[in-house]
Design a protein around this ligand. Structure first.
Ligand code: ZN
Ligand code: ZN
Length: 335
């Protein structure tokens, strides 16, 4: 049950804290002049936080259906195909042993300090893996069609984060497991032991804090931005909302999950100067390609296939394959 699991964003404490922070955001904006705040502040506290235009928008209804169906698809199918973290960890442990040579003694011994360091290393590894996957999902056209399911949401709500095509989920999960387990295996190689992370309810303590401090607001209409300097270190909910914006100046910006440093390094960081009125979706020029939940599942395959077969690389590959097939037939007939 998601509301009882600290590892999911729907854990009740994260949901409650998101509503408390939403109320704080309302009181913050209420005192500001109307041109520097969302128009919806006029609706009052409940009208703003529980805005019917968001919660009952057709896009939100699509999210709710999609969430239910996807939960079954993920636990029934995708989870069985995910690569096991232990396999990657052990495989790379052997690689480090054979390439770098087995260690005679640990580089440093484990203590509370190293547990803290490992907890942070784990978060950095997970965070970089998510950033890199997200970057590739935007830059590599066939993968973009699967990721565009997430971006097709026209309003953002608490379950929009689960609006992810199973292929998108599989790719993110696989990248994450491989990249993080490589980092863990290297850490274990250096310390000659398997260190434990500091956890709350089984979840890395940094991740727990991250979820508790308004994670759910990044998929919402509540504008929570950080001071400018902090937005260079952490991705604020407002920064993720700009990632969903259909304004061209926001395209391919803010791929980060927790830390903004990766976007900063890759030149994809966007830091808002103040409140920005945003429209969400894929494009303003073209209609949303996903009119129904069925289309959310099937259309990305069709679009990705078109993309692949329409590429020059594919036509060259197909031509090469054709020539090779003809040569095989000619040779087999001749000899
Ligand atoms: Zn994205
Ligand atoms: Zn998102």
């Amino acid at each position: 049950m998601a509301p009882l699991l600290p590892s999911t964003s729907l854990f009740y404490l994260y949901v409650v804290s998101a509503f408390i922070i939403s109320a704080a955001v309302f009181f913050f904006f209420e005192r500001r002049e109307s041109e520097h705040r969302p128009d919806e502040i006029e609706k009052g506290l409940f009208g703003y936080v529980f805005d019917r235009k968001v919660w009952f928008h057709p896009s939100s209804k699509q999210d709710y259906y999609f969430f239910v169906v996807n939960t079954f698809i993920y636990s029934g199918i995708i989870a069985h195909f995910m690569i096991s973290g232990h396999i990657v960890f052990n495989a790379f442990g052997n690689v480090f042993d054979s390439v770098l040579g087995p260690r005679q003694e640990a580089l440093f011994t484990l203590s509370v300090f190293t547990s803290l360091a490992y907890t942070l290393v784990a978060v950095l590894a997970i965070d970089f893996a998510i950033f890199l996957t997200h970057y590739v999902q935007h830059k590599f056209a066939p993968l973009w069609h699967f990721h565009s399911v997430h971006h097709s949401a026209e309003v953002l709500n608490i379950v929009t984060v689960y609006r992810q095509h199973p292929v998108d989920l599989f790719i993110t999960g696989t990248f994450m497991v491989v990249l993080t387990e490589v980092a863990f295996a290297f850490y274990a190689y250096l310390t000659m032991s398997e260190p434990a992370q500091l956890t709350i309810g089984g979840l890395n303590v940094v991740l727990f804090g991250f979820y508790l401090l308004g994670y759910n607001l990044r998929h919402s209409h509540i504008w929570l931005s950080y001071p400018r300097w902090l937005s260079y270190i952490f991705i604020s909910p407002a920064q993720h909302q700009t990632h969903h914006s259909i304004d061209e100046k926001h395209f391919d910006k803010n791929f980060g999950f927790i830390f903004a440093i990766w976007d900063w390094l890759f030149g994809t960081l966007y830091v808002p100067k103040g409140y920005e009125k945003l429209e969400f979706g894929i494009s303003r020029a073209e209609p949303n390609p996903f009119g129904s939940v069925v289309e959310l599942y099937l259309k990305p395959f069709q679009l990705a296939w078109k993309e692949i077969t329409g590429s020059k690389l594919f036509s060259r590959f197909a031509m090469g394959f054709g020539v090779a097939a003809v040569l095989c037939v000619v040779f087999s007939v001749a000899f």
